[in-house]
Design a protein around this ligand. Structure first.
Ligand code: ADP
Length: 477
């Protein structure tokens, strides 16, 4: 890894600022320390907010076209350095290099998309009810935005917030995950090379997320708060945002079901399940969390899954041919193992083997005879564990699929057209993959219902999250 990409201080007002104290950023594949990052101080957090406010005022005088050009340059720089950024991501996050390359392109895709959308923040002209009135609605950037992002997608979770914010003319103060701050710093470095003005994109490093979160949410200057992470933390942050009535977007936890109906093409279903389940070692909020299969085809499907699971290779993300990298940290592995143990105690059956590996690595596990009541069906697994439960009919399948407080992504495989419409409409989820296991895409609105969140990222909707509407009433008399 080229050390030119390893930054260690917060990026505030266009400068690298050393904080107070340090914390280690480690490689999850071997536990080695990559760098000691400096911890931002409370006064530096304030400085970042003030500089973002200054930048926001400056951005108000820019045109959408100018912001679009800056974003497009940022996109080109990210793609130019795709390989270095992917290496950096695998180093601090662990995912296989090919997946990191894919995420860099996916993350850059949001920048390109919002470079295009920047020019489309159209307002409205409304027919007035009085002859002397002219009524219009204009859209303007909401103001200073603060965001907190997780470690599972160290680039894409950032670009899909920062790019639409900038497109809308907003400045940004970001606190990335303490586990993956290096990708965030590299992104800020490239954004400034692309022409982001000073203070338009600040990155605060800290392993005290609670303290930084409290400061950002309490600030009256910050007008919008956007978060991706667990439902528990999101709920707490929403409460904190209430005191200053901020706009909020929340991308929270999920518990994605994947339903396989009797008419499904089972090979395609098995491929879709593997792709969705084991991406990022199972650590994504839209990963299939539970497969629900029609009992008439369940055994056939299980056999196909077992064949595919047996071929998955676990190892460091830098190794050729690896499909599953390490989990992010030791506690993640402990939690996944606890979920497997509890499922086995509750009556699930292990299909194939359960290998024990060193370090943060977890070998893929396939469990059958799982039921909806088991803890493993109710919690987000966030690891390479595939569970299969069965249903008798469509009604029972939908009842089981919707029986969760979450509502992010769901998937199903069917070749019955009427059923496809019925099931898609009845699933209580923000996103539904139909005969498809991978649905994330910058052009489409990503987001959840119920306790999976508020708001949408990507699509034309993603820009609206950073725009306020202003109604103008002009009297001609
Ligand atoms: P994950 O399980 O994906 O780490 P979290 O919700 O715990 O999900 O973390 C997502 C982000 O939220 C990370 O950047 C983390 O530092 C931050 N975070 C965790 N706890 C808090 C908190 N109490 N207040 C603000 N941010 C937090």
């Amino acid at each position: 890894m080229d050390s030119a990409w390893i930054f260690q201080h917060s990026f505030i007002d266009g400068q690298w600022l050393k904080g107070e104290g340090e914390f280690a950023v480690t490689n999850p594949a071997d536990g080695s320390e990559i760098v000691r990052a400096s911890r931002v101080s409370p006064s530096q957090v304030e400085q970042a907010i003030t500089s973002a406010q200054r930048a926001f005022k400056g951005l108000k005088t820019t045109t959408a076209e100018q912001r679009s050009e800056v974003l497009y340059r940022w996109y080109e720089l990210i793609m130019k350095h795709q390989h270095s950024l992917a290496e950096l991501m695998t180093l601090e996050q662990g995912k296989p290099l090919a997946e990191s390359q894919g995420e860099v392109a996916y993350g850059a895709g949001f920048v390109k998309w919002f470079a295009e959308q920047a020019k489309r923040s159209y307002g409205e002209i409304i027919p007035a009810s009085k002859p002397e009135h002219r009524i219009s609605v204009i859209k303007q950037g909401v103001g200073v935005v603060a965001g907190i992002t997780p470690w599972n997608f160290p680039i894409a979770m950032i670009t899909r917030k920062v790019a639409p914010a900038y497109a809308a003319g907003c400045s940004f103060v970001l606190k990335p995950s303490e586990h993956t701050p290096l990708c965030a710093l590299a992104l800020a470095h490239l954004a400034h090379q692309a022409g982001f003005p000073r203070g338009a994109f600040n990155v605060l490093l800290s392993d005290d997320a609670k303290a930084v979160g409290e400061q950002l949410t309490a600030s009256e200057t910050v007008r919008k708060f956007t978060f991706t992470g667990s439902t528990q933390v999101g709920s707490q942050l929403l409460k904190q945002c209430a005191s200053t009535i901020k706009r909020t977007s929340m991308e929270l936890g999920g518990n994605a079901p994947l339903l396989v109906f009797a008419s499904a093409d089972l090979d395609k279903a098995a491929d879709g399940i593997i792709a969705s389940k084991f991406r990022n070692a199972g650590q994504t909020c839209v990963c299939v969390n539970r497969v629900l299969a029609d009992e008439r085809i369940a055994d056939k499907l299980l056999a196909k899954l077992q064949q595919r699971v047996a071929k998955l290779k676990v190892g460091p993300g830098t190794e050729e041919g690896v499909n599953i990298g390490p989990l992010i940290y030791p506690q993640a592995k402990t939690k996944v193992n606890e979920l497997i143990d509890s499922a086995l105690q509750e009556g699930a059956t292990l299909v194939g083997e359960r290998q024990s590996l060193e370090g943060n690595f977890v070998a893929p596990v396939l469990l059958s005879n799982v039921t909806s009541e088991m803890r493993i069906s109710r919690e987000e697994i966030f690891g390479p564990v595939l569970t299969v439960a069965t249903f008798k009919d469509e009604r029972q399948a939908l009842q089981q699929a919707n029986d969760t407080p979450y509502g992010l992504a769901a998937y199903f495989y069917s070749q019955d057209v009427a059923q496809i419409h019925r099931v898609a409409e009845t699933l209580e989820y923000g996103m539904v993959g139909i005969n498809e296991g991978l649905i994330s895409n910058p052009v489409a609105p990503f987001g959840g219902v119920k306790q999976s969140g508020l708001g949408r990222e990507g699509g034309h909707q993603g820009l609206e999250e950073y725009l306020e509407e202003k109604y103008l009433c002009l009297n001609l008399d």
